[in-house]
Design a protein around this ligand. Structure first.
Ligand code: ADP
Ligand code: MG
Length: 372
């Protein structure tokens, strides 16, 4: 159990199944057996490619969609058939969906007005919510008189004015340019921390997920591939999908070809030899071995290491680092990111040069073969 959900989770989803009927008549599985708990002040990100079920999962939590099977609890209460407006949940969308003819203040206070909250209290709470998102004093503007980033903040204030226990955010930053997006990422994270409420945040951008989240839920095809902290997901991906989707990785299909007391040899399908600590590997066992590009270095590491040998195909200078593509003697392509210290090694990185890429044996992450 996660450290975040040990104390009363705000959301619990068990065995969630949701199908849509395609126009052609057949059923499309959008959620195919989802189990997930979200802690009361946790920042959880749903990450996965387009069509993997992220929006559907948010809509199920918010009540805009009903589950076909499974159970949804919010704050320990069964919510399957509770209508959306009675759930302690608000959603912020990528399209801000503000009322253009209404002032910022009226947009933010709309939900309060519908619920019959008096004018004086409304005014205080609108001011508080706008203050929270850094828009204090802009009550009387119209949405059209604000920038895209400011409009997104208004949408955020509108979702927070009701003090929900849980905020759902469906790719809220995708429409913003890169710089604004990065500053909004930091602000959202800070805001979540200050408010102490749970955020379930949707993105297809792995960098955004790694930066912002307490935990990441990696989805593909309506299935959870892995749930973990950003470092768990990055350092120890559960399968090849996660390894490939998050960050860059060199993946080798290998079998254990030999072993001694300390180390085991892994032979790739092409014939590359990798070495790893022995652990409990059995000769003949099939696995996938992963090395991240930044785990390679040009010199023998201090810790027990081994190297892949080949010829440099391409070198790109990418700021502080060099990205080196190596073709091994067995024909595998390996990508390495080498920190540009000294610069005296540059000649080794010329295309056509022979190069050894060293790694520490314990840097190799092994993914067990999935039995079909
Ligand atoms: N209203 C709908 N009718 C039919 N199929 C839908 C509908 N909404 C979503 N789907 C399908 O369900 C799957 C999951 O969609 P969605 O949750 O929107 O994915 P994501 O938000 O991860 O891109 C996709 O295959 C999508 O085409
Ligand atoms: Mg979506």
């Amino acid at each position: 159990m996660s450290v975040y959900t040990r104390i009363a989770p705000v959301v619990e989803i068990r065995g969630a199944v949701k199908h849509y009927r395609a126009p052609e008549g057949h059923l499309v599985p959008a959620l195919d057996g989802i189990d997930l708990s979200v802690g009361a002040n946790e920042f959880v990100t749903l990450l996965g490619p387009s069509g993997c079920g992220k929006t559907t999962l948010l809509r199920v939590i918010s009540g805009f969609e009903q589950l076909d099977d499974g159970e949804l609890l919010i704050q320990q209460t069964q919510m399957n058939s509770v209508p959306a407006h009675q759930r302690p949940v608000h959603t912020v969308f990528q399209s801000y969906a503000l009322f253009p003819h209404m002032s910022v203040g009226d947009n933010v206070g709309y939900a309060l007005e519908v619920r019959g909250v008096g004018k004086a209290e409304r005014r205080t709470r609108i001011a508080e919510a706008l203050e929270l998102v850094g828009l204090g004093g802009l009550e009387r503007r119209k949405p059209g008189q604000l920038s895209g980033g400011q409009q997104q903040r208004v949408a955020l204030a509108r979702a927070l004015v009701d003090r929900p226990a849980l905020l759902l955010l469906d790719e809220p930053l995708s429409a913003l340019d890169r710089q604004l997006r990065q500053s909004m990422q930091r602000e959202l994270k800070k805001l979540q921390h200050e408010l102490g409420i749970a955020f379930v945040f949707v993105t297809h951008d792995q960098e955004e997920a790694l930066t912002m989240s307490d935990r990441i839920v990696v989805l593909n095809g309506g299935h959870i591939q892995q749930i973990g902290t950003p470092t768990e997901i990055y350092d120890r991906p559960a399968n090849a999908f996660v390894a490939g989707f998050i960050g860059e990785s060199n993946l080798f299909e290998v079998s254990v070809s030999a072993g001694n007391a300390d180390t085991a040899d892994l032979l790739s399908e092409r014939g590359d030899l990798l070495q790893v600590p022995r652990r409990d590997l059995q000769v003949g066992q099939k696995l996938q071995a992963m090395l991240r590009p930044e785990q390679f270095q040009l010199d023998r590491p201090q810790a027990q290491g081994a190297a892949l040998e080949g010829k440099v195909e391409q070198t790109l200078f990418i700021g502080k680092d060099f990205e080196v593509s190596l073709r091994t003697v067995h024909g595998s392509q390996v990508k390495a990111v080498i920190r540009d210290t000294g610069r005296h090694d540059l000649h080794r990185l010329q295309p056509g040069s022979s190069l050894q890429l060293w790694y520490a044996l314990d840097a190799v992450h092994l993914i067990p073969e999935v039995k079909p």
